[in-house]
Ligand binder design. Structure first.
Ligand code: OOG
Ligand code: MG
Length: 261
């Protein structure tokens, strides 16, 4: 049996040392305890000098729930160290078994400190951008229960955010196309994200409220993947395009390499 603090240390160390661990024995932690482990493991990163950057939602689309066999919406915490540069190089040696998925990212204009309705959500946002999340479960073979994945900060590892705009109108049902070396690997629609990515803001506001937390202005909110994730491999050029024509969100890209051991 691990305590909350021991589990947090195990997960933090696995991420830091890029070595996977076994899932926890089933039933060892409740969902509430899993969120405590998540907070405690992020706290270790903050103590090493990383800064809070926002939050991410997970399992906001059917495609992701089906791929991972988990069917509840979850959320995790982002730090500045997770941000990879748009158009830059991502060193896969810094991850265990990374996968990439197409997302939409928002940045907040006002602090979110109360539950919001869908109508209010846009008012709290400064901008939106096409994004990709690099997920990297600390559990062997990406196998986990709902409690395991929550404890592991919802597999958060990296994120790449494209150019910001205020094209909120283009969000409802925009085409999503993720390509490896110019070939489609995942194709979908932003409507796959809770019917509309702005609903992720509503959900985020409720989750924050339930956890008695508030999110400061200038925070990122990753809305959750629109499609299943794809395993990354060194040498591949990854690009994601969201929408087309004048209201498009645009595209975001990176080159995957392997330098570090
Ligand atoms: C968990 C993270 C889920 C999403 O966008 O749905 C997630 C995982 O798939 O390992 O980030
Ligand atoms: Mg995601």
């Amino acid at each position: 049996m691990n305590t909350i603090q021991e589990a947090a240390t195990l997960l933090d160390r696995a991420a830091h040392e890029r070595s996977d661990i076994e899932q926890f024995p089933s039933g060892q932690f409740t969902l509430a305890q899993a969120y405590e482990i998540q907070r405690a493991s992020i706290q270790r990163r903050i103590e090493r000098g990383e800064r809070h950057k926002g939050i991410k939602l997970g399992f906001t689309s059917r495609a992701k729930m089906v791929q991972m066999g988990v069917d509840s919406l979850i959320w995790g915490l982002l730090t500045d160290a997770m941000v990879e540069e748009d158009g830059g190089v991502v060193d896969l040696g810094l991850y265990i078994h990374p996968r990439v998925e197409p997302e939409v990212c928002f940045v907040t204009r006002k602090a979110i400190d109360a539950p919001l309705t869908a109508l209010e959500a846009a008012e709290y946002l400064e901008a939106v951008a096409p994004a990709m999340e690099i997920i990297d479960s600390r559990y062997r073979n990406f196998k986990f229960s709902l409690e395991d994945v929550v404890a592991d900060n919802c597999s958060s590892a990296g994120l790449v955010v494209g150019a910001w705009s205020r094209n909120f109108d283009g969000l409802a049902n925009a085409g999503v196309r993720m390509q490896f070396d110019g070939r489609d690997v995942q194709v979908g629609s932003t409507a796959a994200i809770l019917g509309h990515p702005l609903r992720s803001i509503v959900q985020a506001s409720r989750l924050l409220h339930g956890a008695q937390m508030s999110l400061p202005a200038g925070s990122l909110i990753m809305a959750g993947a629109a499609t299943a994730a794809e395993a990354l491999r060194p040498g591949v050029h990854v690009q994601c395009q969201i929408g087309s024509g004048p209201g498009a969100l645009g595209r975001v890209a990176f080159q995957a390499t392997r330098a570090a051991g």
